[in-house]
Write a protein that binds this ligand. Structure first.
Ligand SMILES: C[S@@+](CC[C@H](N)C(=O)[O-])C[C@H]1O[C@@H](n2cnc3c(N)ncnc32)[C@H](O)[C@@H]1O
Length: 409
């Protein structure tokens, strides 16, 4: 894949469609809805919830037609990232002890991939930054000939990892695994835990690894490492002013992100079940109705954040939800349960329209993530690395599944 060419194409496309992805549907209501052509919403409104789910979950776009279909297929084609090669191997059962299903999948894909790199590059050390309990570090040291250090500021995770290590028998020819209870760069909860230069040997012989390094931790890794493999996550923790558009190429004509667009990039973009989709409809229909009630009946025009609400309570009437939220927000009113349920029913067509608009907006999430990651890949190229970017995990098991490999030439 030509990384720069793809990046330019995505940037132009996203610029031309910023009205869809920049704001949440609620933030700038009713103006946000103006971006969605009536015809698209009408077409979606004719579809069953099952068809809508298939579109939302990216399972089947055949119910769509016309311009909307063209738009969504374009988003999908721009979002395609090649699959990594050499990332599949069945690890022995004991290697996977203590891991949940997601971690088993991730380690079974990532460790053999790093093992293949190790056969070629013979790194003297692996350094797993934010390595948690050290599942990946242990697997690399035990089965892929890479002595690995697991660095994490969370002492409980390190202790759990050390305890597990004692329980698991070490295979013959295993390399060393060790733990360091420190952070890379300042840690938000514990500023005294920063690893110093002697502890952080990220030199030419070392492969730095960051599996799901949240927000800016990926950037700290890229600034320091000479060889790295990184799978980022939690883009909503990034500062949209300074931690997006990090390459010189992007700075020539940067795409502006809001915190809502970063949140959209951070979502799981595929794999939702029909039940979860219908739950999403229930949650959004209550949330949107409440917003409309505040806006249209109580004259509260600005977006207000509300607390969470237990999923099982969405099976009750809207009035239960609305009365709870109005009370939590200390908003005086004279509505009774019947008024609120009637409002919910009366405004349902607009609520559905907002839900349908959100299905269109949702389609942009993966492409925003790809923009952020290609920018990182170009930043690394500009700093002299040879770079590959590949999908490594199954998106429905581990949604943050794009790995950047950057090696010092
Ligand atoms: C999303 S978890 C990923 C854990 C592990 N790599 C995995 O995939 O299971 C992010 C980890 O980064 C650690 N972390 C947070 N800030 C850090 C920092 N500044 N330096 C190193 N690790 C950090 C957290 O304690 C946490 O274990």
């Amino acid at each position: 894949m030509d990384i720069k060419k793809r990046f330019h194409n995505i940037r132009e496309f996203l610029k031309g469609h910023q009205g869809f992805w920049y704001e949440e549907i609620l933030n700038d209501y009713p103006h946000t809805l103006d971006n969605y052509p009536d015809k698209w919403i009408e077409d979606l409104n004719l579809l069953s919830f099952e068809d809508l789910w298939k579109i939302d979950a990216k399972i089947d776009f055949s119910p769509l037609e016309g311009e909307l279909k063209t738009l969504i297929l374009k988003i999908n084609s721009l979002s395609i990232i090649p699959q990594v090669e050499g990332a599949n191997e069945n690890l022995p059962h004991k290697a996977l002890l203590g891991m949940n299903q997601k971690k088993v999948h991730e380690v079974s894909r990532l460790a053999p991939y790093i093992g293949k790199l190790q056969k070629i590059h013979r790194f003297s050390q692996g350094f797993d930054i934010g390595g948690g309990k050290g599942h990946l570090a242990r697997t690399l040291a035990h089965y892929f000939a890479l002595p690995t250090i697991c660095l994490d500021p969370d002492l409980d995770l390190i202790k759990a990892g050390q305890k597990l290590l004692k329980k698991i028998s070490t295979p013959e020819n295993a390399k060393e695994i060790s733990f360091i209870n420190k952070s890379l760069g300042t840690h938000i909860y514990n500023p005294d835990i920063v690893a110093d230069e002697n502890e952080l040997k990220l030199d030419n012989e070392t492969l730095a690894i960051g599996l799901h390094t949240c927000g800016p931790l990926s950037l700290r890794l890229m600034e320091r490492a000479k060889n790295l493999i990184n799978i980022g996550c939690c883009y909503l923790k990034l500062n949209p002013e300074s931690e997006i558009n990090i390459s010189k190429t992007s700075k020539e004509d940067p795409l502006t992100f809001s915190k809502y667009s970063l949140a959209l990039a951070s979502r799981g973009h595929g794999g939702i079940s029909f039940i979860d989709f219908m739950n999403k409809w229930k949650v959004k229909s209550f949330r949107y109705s409440l917003h409309l009630l505040l806006y249209e009946k109580l004259g509260i025009k600005k977006f207000i954040t509300v607390e969470g609400y237990p999923l099982k309570k969405y099976g009750e009437d809207f009035s239960e939800y609305a009365l709870t939220k109005l009370s939590e927000l200390n908003i005086k009113h004279s509505f009774d349960a019947a008024d609120l349920n009637n409002f919910h029913q009366e405004w349902n067509p607009l609520v559905k329209k907002m839900f349908l608009a959100n299905i269109i907006r949702w389609q942009f999430g993966r492409l925003l993530e790809v923009y952020i990651l290609l920018d990182r890949a170009i930043y690394l190229q500009e700093n002299g690395f040879s770079v590959e970017i590949n999908e490594i995990f199954n998106e429905s098991i581990s949604p943050r599944n794009i790995a950047i490999l950057a090696l010092n030439n």
